[in-house]
Each structure stands twice: as C-alpha cells, then as structure tokens.
Design a protein around this ligand. Sequence first.
Ligand SMILES: Nc1ncnc2c1ncn2[C@@H]1O[C@H](COP(=O)(O)OS(=O)(=O)O)[C@@H](OP(=O)(O)O)[C@H]1O
Length: 300
Amino acid sequence: IGLRRPEDLELNSSAHCPSGLITQDLSPTITSWHMNTYWHSSQPPQGSNKKVSFSGTVWTQNILSLIIHEGHRNGTENVETMERIPWLEYRTKNRDYTVLPSPRVFATHLPYYLLPRDLRNKRGRIIYVTRNPKDVMVSYYHFSKYMSTLEEIPDFNLFMERFLAGKVLASSWLDHVAGWYSHAEDFNILFVTYEEMKKDLRSAVLKICNFLGKKLSEEEVDSVVRQATFENMRKDPRANYENLPDDIALKNKGSFLRKGTVGDWKNIMTVAQNERFDKVLSEKMKTLPIKFIWDINDEI
Ligand SMILES: Nc1ncnc2c1ncn2[C@@H]1O[C@H](COP(=O)(O)OS(=O)(=O)O)[C@@H](OP(=O)(O)O)[C@H]1O
C-alpha cells in the first residue's frame, strides 16, 4: 500500500505496551495521548485512508471498530479490540499487517517522525486524540499500578517529575503533542479531544464518521454512541481488556477503564505540584495553539 512494513521502522522497543502506549528507545510516556492509525490495505485510493488518535486510545479504538464493523455494532461478531485495531508498533502474534483486509486500522503511540513515510503523503487518515495532560498523568499513574509490566512509582511527586521529563512509557507527552501539532499540515489528520468526546459523544462520533467518509443511519450512530459510553464499555470485556493475561494486568488492582472523567487530577495533585506542572507546560506549549480542558465545565 505504499506504506513501509512496521518492522522497517526499526523501533527499539524498550518496554511492553499492552494497553497501547508506545515505546521506543525514548524514555516513554503517558497513557492518554494516543494515536490510532487507520488505512485501507492494498492500493488505497489516493489520500483516503488512515487515521490516528491520541488520548482515549481504547475509547477511540472501540468507536472506530463500532463505526466500521457492522458485526461489532450489531453484536454478531466477537473480535478482540487488539485484533480489530492492532498496534502498529507491537506486532502481537506475528501478524502480517500487509495482508489485513481493508480498511486497515491501527493504533499507535508513535511520534510523528516515526510513522510510515507515506502517511506524510496523506495516503491515509490519522485521528489524533489528546487529553489534558494532568488527567493523562493521573490516569497513567494508576495504570502503572495495574500493569505488572510497568514500573510502579508510589510517590506521586517523583512520578510527576518522571512524567514531565518523559521518563515514562512512550516517552515525553509534551514532545509528542508539540511534534504532532507543529507538523499537522504534513498529514491528513483530524484532532479530537477526550474532553469533547466526554462532553458530546454523539457529535464526536459524527465528526469521526465525516472524516472517514462513512455514512451511518441515525440508529447506527445511536448504537455506536450507546456502546461507547464509559458505563457500557466497562461492561464489555473486549473494551475493558479483561482478557489480558494475569501476568500482564493485575486485575485485583483495578480495571482498565478506571474512572473515565475530566478533572480527576484535582483529586491527587497538590497546589504546588499543579503550579510546577503549569510552569513546564507553558514553557513547552507557548507557541502552540492548544487549549486544554481542565474541567468538565470549561468551554470547549
Ligand atoms: N468510554 C470511555 N469514556 C470515558 N473514558 C474512557 C472510556 N474508555 C476509556 N476511557 C479512559 O481512557 C483512559 C485510558 O486511556 P487509553 O485507552 O488511551 O490508555 S492506553 O494508552 O491504551 O493505555 C482511562 O482513563 P482513567 O479512567 O482516567 O484512568 C479510561 O477509563
């Protein structure tokens, strides 16, 4: 399809990323800025197909799967999320990605410069999903307790410094987001935020359908929205990653879908930690047009 095979990317994976964070030899990052890449297989029509997203990876994977696969939507097929939308950078089961049926959809946490090069020729669509970085950090903090493959750092202060320095799975959130935003015009990309999905899921689903050129009936959109709510995804073992092996997920320590809210950072961060975070963030983001939503009542 004109895209290089993932193994050609020569990633130097340094960590497991069972839930989707990417890792290369960079010091890794966060949990909720993610990216789902999507493209059709052989000979894709010009400029059509691919998508990536950041933050709310599993949520977006689920939404995409529900939009694209009628069998998922109507419950006649039962396919694991990671089978439907595999990770670009983690080839579980040694699958040959070049022979997957169209449309091919992938999730990734790769920075923009490591993506297959034809994405820069806009051959495929990218949905990039971001979430406010304080909630990302807090989500990742809990996630690292849940995943036995991640180092657990109980001291939140220390954890925050690691996060800000990019010494977490998938590397630096700040660099990742800054990189993608400043190179957006090279890609056929749709930016979606976790917070807008949370505030108005139906509009977000329609926005994604529109970007993909996928027409669903009103009832089908209703069905996607219903199945993509936090409450319903939490009950769905595929969406909640309940089938992860016990040696990867410590299920007695929680569940993958934990709280699913905007503003949980306020429950854990101190005033001093918040000020320190804001200082680092504003330095890094001062030239970028990103408005973060820190609270569900903030205007989008
Ligand atoms: N449907 C729905 N609604 C609201 N929130 C949702 C939903 N699905 C997943 N989530 C929340 O997304 C957080 C996990 O992020 P990711 O899926 O990106 O993680 S990962 O990169 O795949 O590890 C994690 O956030 P926290 O609950 O704050 O930890 C999940 O609960």
